[in-house]
Design a protein around this ligand. Structure first.
Ligand SMILES: Nc1ncnc2c1ncn2[C@@H]1O[C@H](COP(=O)(O)OP(=O)(O)OP(=O)(O)O)[C@@H](O)[C@H]1O
Length: 263
């Protein structure tokens, strides 16, 4: 993993009216990482993601993405940056009146002048990339399973060949087997496409299986940032509570055993 920063947030303050959500949030995400944002419900995880991808301006602070301070850039640079990342929104968020192919092709039709035939070819290659059959292209979102919706959302996020991927709770609502398959797909795509991935998640399995480093939000700040063993060493009440459940305990014990055996 390189130590080249891809995203850095410094002294971020976010207010909605009188309510302060972030009060001096700092974090750094490096090239090639799968980086998670954790925190309790309402701690401002999705809001932070929206600030990284220019959907929302923080009330104060600075944000660098891919070498640009995104709060002080020209509209042209902003447009270029938007083409460098893909976003998988919570619940997939597909347009129900559009077919799968049309959903995936939205950005291609908006930002490029590629012929219909080429667009169709790109859509097919993205479907294959996310493990879906070619015939899925003609289906409508209502005809898809939850896992398929997420995969189509991922294909759409990848359609412009981004360097960066933002995933908001990608495995929520999936059964454990589909969630594991989706996690495997994310790690495969990270290696294949050399992506940097930022993921908001509550999923203990994802955190143990695919995440390299993470930031934990609490008390309106990042209360811990680092690898899983570094986070587990932190005594913050949210961290102790989050990793204190049975599922996490079993995973932690397995991790300790693994270490003891020198594996
Ligand atoms: N545009 C907005 N206007 C006003 N308040 C907002 C806005 N967006 C988010 N909030 C509030 O900010 C807080 C943080 O929201 P956010 O969705 O970022 O939390 P979260 O950590 O992602 O939560 P969850 O885990 O429940 O999805 C919440 O109290 C939410 O109601």
């Amino acid at each position: 993993m390189s130590q080249k920063p891809i995203i850095s947030m410094r002294h971020i303050v976010t207010r909605f009216g009188d309510t302060v959500i972030h009060d001096n949030v700092n974090l750094t995400i490096y090239e090639g990482e799968i980086y998670a944002i954790l925190g309790g419900s309402g701690s401002g995880k999705t809001t932070l993601l929206r600030e990284m991808n220019m959907l929302l301006r923080p009330s104060a602070g600075e944000i660098d993405v891919l070498g640009h301070n995104i709060l002080h850039i020209s509209p042209q640079t902003a447009q270029w940056l938007r083409s460098q990342w893909g976003v998988l929104f919570q619940f997939g968020a597909l347009f129900t009146s559009l077919s799968v192919a049309e959903n995936i092709a939205i950005s291609l039709n908006e930002y490029t002048k590629l012929s219909k035939k080429i667009v169709q070819k790109i859509v097919q290659s993205k479907l294959e990339m996310v493990g879906l059959e070619a015939k899925v292209a003609d289906l409508y979102p209502s005809e898809l399973s939850g896992g398929m919706v997420k995969r189509v959302g991922l294909a759409r996020a990848l359609v412009m060949d981004p360097q960066l991927l933002f995933l908001d709770e990608p495995t929520s609502g999936l059964d454990p087997i589909s969630a594991e398959a989706f996690d495997n797909l994310i790690t495969q795509l990270r290696s294949l496409l050399k992506l940097t991935i930022v993921i908001v998640t509550h999923d203990i399995d994802s955190i143990f299986n695919i995440v390299d480093r993470m930031a934990v939000l609490g008390d309106k700040k990042v209360v811990a940032e680092g690898t899983l063993p570094q986070i587990l060493n932190n005594n913050h009440p949210f961290i102790q509570h989050f990793f204190g459940g049975n599922r996490a305990k079993v995973r932690i014990e397995a991790m300790m055993e693994h270490k003891k055996d020198g594996k």
